[in-house]
Design a protein around this ligand. Structure first.
Ligand code: PMP
Length: 412
C-alpha cells in the first residue's frame, strides 16, 4: 500500500509534468477588471478642461485636488470635503510622504521623529508594503497578532501605547489585506479613545478597500474622524484611500483625509514638493463616475468578475484542505488568508515555486518577514483567469498537504 506521503509525491510529480506557469502573488486587478474603466481613456478633455467653477485644470495650482472628485469620495468615505485632499496616483506614496514629513518636521505640536526611537504597531498578518515602507524609513515595527476570532487585540494595543516610542499604527479597516477582516464601530471607538503616551500618536487608517464589497451587504465606512473628535483626540487618525483597484491601478487617484489641523500640516509640507497634483486625471475620474452612486454601480461590476474567483478558491480549499488548514472567507477586498499547518508555509511555497506556481513568499504578511508559526499563505485570486486560478489553487493544496506529510514523516 502506498503511503500518504508517496501518493502526494506522485501527485506533485504529475503537476510538475504539466509545466505550469501560474501566479497568485500580487493583488492586481485582471485585464477584464481594467477594461471596466476603459471609457476613462476615451474621455475627451480637449473640449472642456475646466472644473465646475471654471478653473482651467491644465495649469498649475489647485493643491487640494479637483473638488468634483473630492465630493464624490467624501461621500463614499464619510469625510467632510474640506478635510479630504485628492493627490497623485498612489496612496502608498502619500503614506510614505506623511511619515517622511513626521520624521523631518514633526507632527503639529510635536518634535521631528528623526533620531528618536520611533515604533509602529503592526497588526499581523498585514500588508507587506506597509511593513517594507516602515522598515525602509528606519521605524521599528511591533507585530500585534490578531486574536483567535480575527479581531484586533485591543488589550495588547493599549499596553503598547503606554510606551512613548509608539507613534503610529497601521490599520486596513475594511476587508483588510490579507485577512479580509473589518473593524467594527466599538473597536474603532476604542482605538481613538485609548490613552497614548506619545501625544503625536497616529493611526494610519488605510481604507484601500472601502467600496470593494463581495456581497449584497455594502456597509458604509465608519466615521472614524468623527469618532476621534468625539473622543477628544481629533488629530489621531490619517485616512488614506485610492481608486487604484476601482479604475486602473497604475493611473488612479489617491486621497488623504484627516482633521483640519492635520490637513493643514500635510498641505504645508506638500506645497514644497509640488505645485499641484494631476488635476486632469481627477477631472477624468469625476466625469467617468458622475457621482458616488456611479462608483457603487461600477464596483458591482467588479464584484461580478471577482466574486466567482473567491468562490473557486473557497470550493477547492474546502475539497482539498478541510481538516488540514483554515482560511478566511472575506466579504470584500482582494485576498484570502490560508492558515496552513504550523511549520509548513515556507516549504509549501517553495514546493509550489519549483513546479511553476508563484505564491507570495511565506512570512511576507508579517513585520520583518517573520511569521512566528510559519503557517500563513496569502492568496490573491483576482489576476489569473478562472481556469488558471483553479489550476493554481489545486496545485497549492497539493503542496500544502505534501509539506504537512513531509513534516509528519520527518518526526520533527
Ligand atoms: N493599501 C493597501 C491595503 C493595499 O492592499 C494596496 C494595494 N495592494 C495599497 C494600499 C496600494 O494603494 P495605491 O495603489 O493607492 O498606492
Amino acid at each position: 500500500m502506498t503511503s500518504r506521503l508517496e501518493s502526494l509525491r506522485e501527485e506533485y510529480q504529475a503537476l510538475r509534468a504539466q509545466d505550469l506557469s501560474l501566479d497568485l502573488t500580487r493583488g492586481k486587478p485582471s485585464a477584464a477588471q481594467l477594461d471596466l474603466s476603459n471609457a476613462l481613456l476615451d474621455i475627451d478633455l480637449g473640449a472642456d478642461y475646466r472644473d465646475a467653477s471654471g478653473t482651467d485644470l491644465r495649469n498649475y495650482g489647485g493643491t487640494d485636488g479637483v473638488v468634483e472628485l473630492r465630493e464624490i469620495f467624501a461621500e463614499l468615505l464619510g469625510i467632510p470635503v474640506a478635510q479630504l485632499l485628492a493627490a497623485g496616483n498612489a496612496s502608498l506614496q502619500l503614506m510614505h510622504d506623511t511619515i517622511v514629513f513626521a520624521l523631518l518636521h514633526g507632527l503639529p505640536g510635536g518634535e521631528p521623529w528623526f533620531g528618536q526611537d520611533v515604533a509602529f504597531l503592526c497588526p499581523a498578518p498585514g500588508y507587506d508594503r506597509h511593513f517594507a515602507l516602515t522598515q525602509a524609513l528606519g521605524i521599528r515595527m511591533i507585530a500585534v497578532p490578531y486574536l483567535a476570532d480575527g479581531s484586533l487585540d485591543l488589550a495588547a494595543i493599549e499596553k503598547h501605547l503606554a510606551d512613548p516610542a509608539v507613534r503610529g499604527m497601521w490599520l486596513v479597516p475594511m476587508y483588510a489585506n490579507p485577512t479580509g477582516s473589518t473593524v467594527d464601530e466599538a473597536t474603532a471607538r476604542a482605538l481613538v479613545a485609548m490613552p497614548a503616551a506619545a501625544r503625536d500618536f497616529r493611526i494610519f487608517w488605510d481604507n484601500a478597500y472601502a467600496v470593494h464589497h463581495l456581497s449584497d451587504d455594502e456597509p458604509a465606512p465608519l466615521d472614524i474622524l468623527g469618532f476621534a473628535e468625539e473622543a477628544g483626540n481629533p488629530d489621531r487618525v490619517f485616512v488614506f484611500a485610492s481608486t487604484s483597484k476601482i479604475t486602473q491601478a497604475g493611473s488612479g487617484v489617491s486621497f488623504f483625509g484627516s482633521s483640519p489641523a492635520n490637513v493643514a500640516w500635510h498641505k504645508k509640507h506638500t506645497s514644497v514638493q509640488t505645485i499641484g497634483p494631476d488635476k486632469l486625471s481627477h477631472l477624468r475620474h469625476a466625469r467617468f463616475f458622475g457621482d458616488a452612486e456611479g462608483v457603487r454601480a461600477h464596483m458591482r461590476k467588479h464584484r461580478e468578475l471577482v466574486a466567482p474567483k473567491f468562490a473557486i478558491v473557497d470550493r477547492i480549499l474546502t475539497e482539498r484542505l478541510s481538516g488540514h488548514a483554515t482560511w478566511t472567507k472575506p466579504s470584500g477586498g482582494y485576498f484570502v488568508t490560508l492558515v496552513a499547518p504550523a511549520r509548513t508555509a515556507s516549504r509549501a511555497v517553495e514546493l509550489a515555486k519549483s513546479i511553476g506556481v508563484a505564491i507570495t513568499p511565506a512570512g511576507a504578511a508579517f513585520p520583518y518577514g517573520d511569521d512566528p508559526h510559519d503557517s500563513v499563505i496569502r492568496i490573491a485570486p483576482t489576476m489569473p483567469t478562472e481556469a488558471e486560478l483553479e489550476a493554481a489553487i489545486e496545485a497549492l493544496c497539493v503542496c500544502v498537504l505534501l509539506a504537512e506529510a513531509e513534516l509528519e514523516a520527518s518526526g520533527r
